[in-house]
Design a protein around this ligand. Structure first.
Ligand code: T46
Length: 137
């Protein structure tokens, strides 16, 4: 499984740092951003996610603190630590994800290609494996 991490342009001057990203053809985010959400104040030891998406594409940016993302494509698992606000992790359809190891100050920002749709979620691991074998991906 290939891990796609992007580094965004940042301006660092005597006032501090500013990172920016743009969506659209040839830009930082290849899809039109339809939704933005963020996860924060995660309790110590808490693990989130435990699902895959059928269609949704997302970029995850840990804009404060750190957290780790487990990615599983049904044949391989990878763990990616996010601790740089100028870096985004791409997660495409058909990838099981879990998020854990949140530092107390962590804020995980997510840029999503679609509006919220519970029908796009696969929240059962066996169903996820079966889904990968189907032709309807
Ligand atoms: C994902 C990972 C990285 C909404 O009503 N609207 C939304 O846009 C979202 C994201 C969630 N919700 C509701 C659905 C649940 O009742 O908020 C509740 C918590 O969502 P969930 O348990 O799915 O949260 P996570 O942290 O497990 O997963 C989230 C995203 O849902 C998911 O798409 O890829 O972050």
């Amino acid at each position: 499984m290939e891990i796609t991490k992007s580094k965004y342009r940042s301006i660092c001057d005597d006032k501090g740092k500013l990172t920016f990203l743009e969506s659209g053809g040839g830009k930082d985010i290849p899809f039109a951003i339809q939704r933005v959400y963020y996860i924060y104040e995660v309790l110590p030891g808490e693990r989130r996610g435990f699902h895959a998406h059928k269609k949704l594409e997302q970029y995850l940016i840990c804009i404060a603190g750190s957290c780790t993302i487990l990615l599983d494509d049904g044949s391989e698992m990878k763990h990616v630590t996010l601790n740089d606000p100028s870096e985004g992790l791409y997660i495409g359809p058909g990838t099981w994800r879990e998020m854990y190891n949140f530092s107390p100050e962590a804020v995980l920002l997510v840029l999503a290609s679609e509006h919220y749709d519970e029908n796009d979620y696969i929240r059962d691991y066996d169903r996820f494996l079966a889904y990968l074998k189907e032709d309807n991906k």
